[in-house]
Design a protein. Structure first.
Length: 277
């Protein structure tokens, strides 16, 4: 078994497959799959992420429609734009870039996205369908992690998975996806007592806490599978990887592990939405 779970490699292979898939679909349907990205305000990091997603669309032959709204945008104005995209048959998927300015009700706007175009997996309806094992587009980072585990034949059934973090787009859906794959799942968070004790008994550790090197390497037992969903300016993740490579079963590098799978899953799910439209 390969020890390094190489998300960059998997994403590149998937893109190569998607190019042919998109070309074939375009010839059948007569138009091109399009991902609409909505950027509200002028946050530089968000603008960079949106640009990366547009570049990924181009690489597989898709279109991206960039919708840019001012910082002063209201909830009603954003909802109107989402409804307009919902009703546009040429739009295959909709992504609302997080975060939005504080005056906007982000949850209401996420939930306004048509579930059939919710390729980023952010609606409550989509989450509920996924959790119940129904057809749904998963939140992209945890869905990308599941794809990575599948690619490398990492066994989850009967394993004890500990997810550190409970955000609505990462920790919570990650836990449900692992549960759906027959893992026994523990969710830890900022109020968890004796976090180290929980991590010590984990067969699969998922760091999704958003704090650099918060999870220490000596908390993780030998032969565990280590998934680090964090990325920080220090070019590190949420898990201290020092010394882990030699004794864990497998791990995701930072960068190059989970990160490439997130955008790749967004593109894959947009193509799937185009197929179903």
């Amino acid at each position: 078994m390969e020890k390094i779970l190489d998300g960059k490699k998997v994403a590149t292979e998937t893109e190569d497959l998607l190019k042919n898939r998109v070309e074939a679909l375009k010839s059948v349907k007569g138009y091109t799959p399009t991902l609409a990205t909505i950027l509200v305000g002028n946050d530089p990091a968000s603008a960079t992420y949106v640009k990366m997603k547009g570049n990924a669309c181009e690489r597989v032959g898709m279109n991206s429609l960039k919708v840019e709204l001012p910082e002063s945008t209201t909830t009603e104005e954003l909802l109107n734009k989402i409804f307009e995209l919902n009703n546009n048959p040429e739009i295959s998927g909709i992504l609302l870039q997080h975060p939005v300015p504080s005056q906007i009700n982000e949850r209401a706007c996420f939930n306004a996205i048509d579930v059939n175009k919710d390729v980023d997996g952010v609606t409550c309806l989509g989450f509920g369908n996924m959790a119940m094992g129904e057809e749904a587009y998963g939140s992209c980072t945890p869905q990308g992690i599941i794809r990575l585990l599948d690619y490398y034949d990492i066994e989850t059934e009967g394993k004890h998975a500990v997810v550190i973090g409970r955000s609505p787009i990462l920790g919570k859906p990650m836990a449900m996806m692992l549960l759906n794959k027959n893992a026994t799942v523990t969710i830890c968070h900022s109020r968890t007592k004796d976090l180290k004790a929980h991590v010590l008994i984990a067969d699969i550790v998922v760091g999704a806490v958003g704090i650099p090197r918060f999870i220490k390497s000596d908390w993780i037992k030998d032969d565990a599978v280590v998934i680090d969903a964090g990325y920080h300016p220090e070019k590190c993740g949420d898990i201290e990887l020092d010394g882990l490579a030699d004794r864990c079963q497998a791990f995701t590098p930072v960068p190059g592990g989970v990160g490439p799978m997130t955008i790749n899953t967004l593109i894959l799910q947009t193509v799937e939405a185009f197929e179903r439209s």
